[in-house]
Design a protein. Structure first.
Length: 127
């Protein structure tokens, strides 16, 4: 399969999944009007999945390049969103919600890092 096509198709899937999750009633109920919980959820969950799948698909199953590009660059690359996190954080600062903006920064950064580490660790346990 063409690598560009794999990335593009995966990107479409990831973007649709991100939109669905951030607009789901569950996510809306979990967040407040001022905290962007949907973005936090997709970033942390996406980081965990990337860590896990990198190990499992690269080392255990030796997935072909197009599969890894579809999932890692396409699906998970568009599922997670650094740009939305950045804009939402700036908007929180502009609204005077400084403590919420700082919590958003800390939770996205450290939550995503810890989730990626957990995914990598779990992947190594599986193989």
């Amino acid at each position: 399969m063409n690598h560009w096509l794999a990335i593009g198709a995966g990107g479409a899937v990831g973007a649709i999944l991100r939109y669905a999750i951030t607009k789901a009633d569950l996510v809306q109920d979990m967040g407040s009007a001022y905290f962007p919980s949907g973005t936090l959820i997709v970033n942390v969950f996406g980081s965990f999945l990337l860590g896990l799948l990198i190990i499992v698909l690269s080392q255990k199953f030796a997935a072909p390049d197009w599969v890894r590009l579809f999932l890692f660059v396409g699906v998970l690359g568009s599922f997670t969103t650094f740009s939305t996190f950045s804009v939402e954080t700036i908007e929180l600062f502009e609204l005077g919600k400084h403590s919420i903006a700082l919590w958003n920064m800390l939770l996205n950064l450290f939550g995503s890092l810890l989730a990626a580490a957990a995914g990598l660790y779990l992947g190594k346990l599986v193989i």
